[in-house]
Each structure stands twice: as C-alpha cells, then as structure tokens.
Ligand binder design. Sequence first.
Ligand code: DAH
Length: 348
Amino acid sequence: MDDVSKLSAKFETDIKSVRTYKEAEALAMTYLGRNGHINSLLKTMKDLPTEKRKALGSSVNEIKKSIVEHIEKKRKELMKKMEEETDIDVTLPGKAYPAGSLHMVTLAIEEISRIFEKLGFVRMSYPEVEWEYYSFEALNMPKNHPARDDFESFFIDTPSHDDFGKMVLSPHTSSGQVREMLRVGAPPIRMINIAKCYRPNWDVTHTPMFHQFEGLCVDKGITIANLKGTIDYFVKEFFGRQRSIRLRPFHFQFTEPSFEIDVSCGICLGKGTIRNEKCKVCKSGWLELAGAGMVHPNVLKAGGIDPDEFSGWAFGFGIERPMMMKEGLKLNDMRIMYSGDIRFLEQF
Ligand code: DAH
C-alpha cells in the first residue's frame, strides 16, 4: 500500500472514533494543520522525479479534499447534537441583574454642591480625623470651655501634640473654617465644606456618624444681609420656591452675632395651622434647620485674617435632617439610613 492509501485508511478509522466537537477540531489539526499529516506527505514530494511528483501531488490533493469534507460533515453533526442536548433557546431575553443606586445622602450632597457652585462657592473636604485645635481652639473655644460640651467627641488614643492637642473624629464641619482661611491665604473666600462628622450619640434621631455642610464667606464688607440672601437662595433651590427662612438669635462661640435658621414648614407653609388645627409636622410653622452667624474676630485672627479689614459669615447644616424634610420623610428611626437595608434604600 502506498503512503496516500495508508493515510486514507488511517483517517477512516480516526474519524469513526470522534465523539465530540472538540475531538473533531483536534483531528482537523492532526491532518490539515501546518505540521499535520498532509503537509508531511507533501514535503516528501520534492525528492521525487517529475512524473511521480505530479501523480503524488494530485492524489494528496484528492485525499485532502475528502478529509476536509468529512471533518466538516462531522462538525455539523456534532454542533446539531450539542444544540439538541443543551436545549438552549437563544431567542429568550437575558437575565436582568438588579441595578444599584446612589445612597440618598450621596444624592443630597451632589445637589447641595451644585446649588452652591452656581454661587461661586468652592467645594472642599477637610480631615475627618482632626486636631483638637481646629475643632475647638481655633474656633474660639479654649480648653475647658463649657461650650465644648455641646460637641461631644470621639478622641483618638494618641499622644497629645504640643500645639494642636489630641486627635478627634471631627465633630462638626466648622473645623474646616480656619483650615480654609489658611489654605486660601487672603480673602475673598467662598467655601462649602461637606463632610462626615462624628459624635457619640445613638438613638432614633442620631447616628454616631452623620453629615454636615459648612458655608464660609469672607471678604470686605460682608454682612448679615449676604448670609440671609445666600441661605434663602439655597432653601428655595433645595426645598422649593414657596419656602422661606427666618433667623433667630442664638449663641455659638465661633460667631458673633449668632443665629439659628428656621425654614418654613412645607406642610402648613409657615402658618402653623391647617384648617384651624395645629400642624402636626412643625407645630409652629417653622422647622429648625441650621446654625449660622458672623465669623468671630478671634476665628478670623486664627486664620491669619485681619478682622478690622475683613468680615465674614459662616453656617453649618446637617444633611440627614434637611434631606428628610425635603423628601417629606418621617422616619421613626433615623438609623435605618445606615443599616444597609435594601428595601429602604432602593426607594430613593
Ligand atoms: N458647628 C455647629 C454645630 O455643629 C453649627 C454651626 C453653627 C456652624 C454656627 C456654623 C455657625 O458655621 O456659624 O452645631
């Protein structure tokens, strides 16, 4: 038997033992691949006399054609079998995986940033792990001052720094005020500092981690009128055109004069009553919103700014509470916001 007939006989047995598509692929490589049997046969041709070479050439081509056809046929058979066995309907729609969404606080932060950006405020964030100095002393609250009790804090267990004191988890965003003055160097300053704050409280209206945003504006001739106008603009953008604000005298160590800011209730629209009954949401027509005031001269000095030349205002808002007011949400336990409960979170 010549080499071509031997190869042909071998192929006939080989193809009979092919059971899977993968095996058919492997067989194709063994016979038709670059180093396959067909090419090895063709390589022997060059040493043959012309007549024999021609004859071998044409018989190798014939068997090659037949091998290609047989393997192609086998492949088709096996492909069909595979489809029948797996029973896949390729026209069915795919699986829809649940899509995530941004946390409600993240959405509120984005909206607040956008509103203040329009007024030319620069968005900043300052350290969450902060020196006692920036959290208190720089804000006109010297060591042992009773006002510090209002800002109960988590202290970090590290050695105390000679100038900056201990490290704390920042209890309010006001700690960014003097840092911003020092960063900018000289007025004008228009900053919005949005950050996480920490205080050791854990009940239905408090979580130990919460968010605040702090506004700071320092320049020549800045007055309470600017403060009121800015907050009024924010409230109308964030809560709606029909809402208004009022300032109530208050006391903060870092501002003089100081105020608390109330926003008119979205339910009774500031009247305090609905159809001659007390409004159940606000009871008085107003909801407490934020603290604010004219920056105390000592705070300006701590930031290297001359209080005789410049003046400024500052305010500090929580984020979780105003956000609930905006959504008309009455949560009976605020901690659910940070519980990771998808059933609650996916509603926003
Ligand atoms: N830091 C205060 C707090 O956490 C809020 C505050 C009050 C911020 C008055 C201010 C301000 O900037 O002027 O309760």
